[in-house]
Ligand binder design. Structure first.
Ligand SMILES: [Zn+2]
Length: 100
């Protein structure tokens, strides 16, 4: 799959850290393609180029094709694991002493 895109500037790619022509997302052509496929896998259709203006059935076809050709695993986007946040145990209910 080729993703049509315009090269805006050169710099370090956000995906692979290689200095080369980048698109407006700061990604090289290869990483832009990976991102596109990742978005398709995640069904983030609003951000994809391939799924623009298509119905859900057509989008599913694209997704099937991507997964068939490239697999189900995300290529560029790191899977967002919910990080366990340490809760501060400073929340205590203080009883206000009545001074009446
Ligand atoms: Zn790249």
């Amino acid at each position: 799959m080729t993703v049509p895109q315009s090269v805006i500037y050169e710099g370090e790619c956000q995906g692979c850290d290689i200095f080369q022509p980048l698109n407006d997302l700061g990604l090289c052509e290869e990483c832009a393609g990976k991102l596109e496929r990742d978005l398709i896998r995640k069904r983030d259709w609003n951000y994809t180029i391939s799924g623009y203006g298509l119905g859900s059935a057509e989008r599913e076809e694209i997704r099937k094709k991507v997964i068939k050709e490239y697999g189900e695993k995300l290529e560029l986007i790191a899977s967002n694991k919910p990080k366990k946040k340490k809760r501060k145990a400073t929340k205590r209910k203080k009883k206000k002493a009545k001074t009446a």
